[in-house]
Ligand binder design. Structure first.
Ligand SMILES: CCCCCCCCCCCCCC(=O)SCCNC(=O)CCNC(=O)[C@H](O)C(C)(C)COP(=O)(O)OP(=O)(O)OC[C@H]1O[C@@H](n2cnc3c(N)ncnc32)[C@H](O)[C@@H]1OP(=O)(O)O
Length: 182
């Protein structure tokens, strides 16, 4: 079953942001408490993300026992979370902060607990505030994907978007201080 995800034809020109991570560099966590990539999220996925060529991101994730859904295999929602976060790094290569407005996942093979998942995500295009991305997950051979994801991210003003919610974070004080800087 193929995805029906559609990328518009009239896309904007994009450039890699001069301050984006260099090719092969680990991409910084957007939030240490992030359930996807945060190192301080005890139960999180602990995705490790790396900047690729052009508008690509690669990532790895150990499929820990706590991610079980069906017996011995990853939970589908956990895999969706991983795709959300890996593709969510694509906007950082072109600059703006962005949040997910649409996410879809095609599950192609069961993914065993104990395996290491590898992801490759790429920019499909930008149109105004919308950033279209695609990702694949594999177990060592990118030509044999075990799942495919598609997403749309919409750029935001970070201060405005999170203003009413910062207080809910365990890092509220740090974020309030950071966001109040000019
Ligand atoms: C201090 C540092 C912190 C750093 C944090 C970094 C953050 C990184 C976090 C990463 C974490 C990982 C990621 C996560 O987990 S992010 C967590 C999950 N996502 C969210 O919580 C987002 C919730 N949504 C919103 O808040 C609003 O919808 C936003 C603010 C995003 C847009 O509402 P706003 O009123 O501003 O704009 P708009 O409605 O005019 O829409 C704008 C454009 O978008 C198009 N559109 C909208 N929806 C859809 C859709 N479903 N399919 C297709 N298109 C859609 C729309 O047609 C329009 O297009 P056009 O006008 O071009 O035609």
């Amino acid at each position: 079953m193929k995805s029906s995800f559609v990328v518009p034809a009239d896309l904007d020109a994009v450039q890699r942001h001069p301050k984006a991570a260099k090719v092969g560099e680990r991409m910084r966590m957007h939030n240490p408490l992030c359930y996807g990539c945060g190192e301080e999220s005890a139960e999180g996925l602990h995705l490790q993300m790396f900047a690729g060529e052009d508008f690509e991101v690669t990532a790895t994730m150990d499929v820990a026992a706590r991610f079980e859904g069906g017996p011995g295999v990853i939970h589908g929602g956990v895999l969706s979370t991983a795709f959300d976060d890996v593709m969510g790094m694509i906007p950082l290569l072109i600059g703006p902060s962005a949040v997910t407005v649409h996410l879809e996942v095609d599950y192609q093979r069961p993914i065993p607990i104990g395996s290491q998942l590898q992801f490759t995500a790429k920019l499909l295009g930008r149109q105004r505030r919308k950033i279209y991305a695609e990702g694949i997950a594999h177990l060592g051979d990118p030509d044999e994907p075990v799942a495919t994801g598609h997403a749309i991210f919409v750029t935001i003003d970070v201060r405005e978007h999170f203003a009413d919610h910062l207080a809910n974070s365990r890092l509220a004080d740090e974020y309030k201080a950071r966001m109040s800087r000019p």
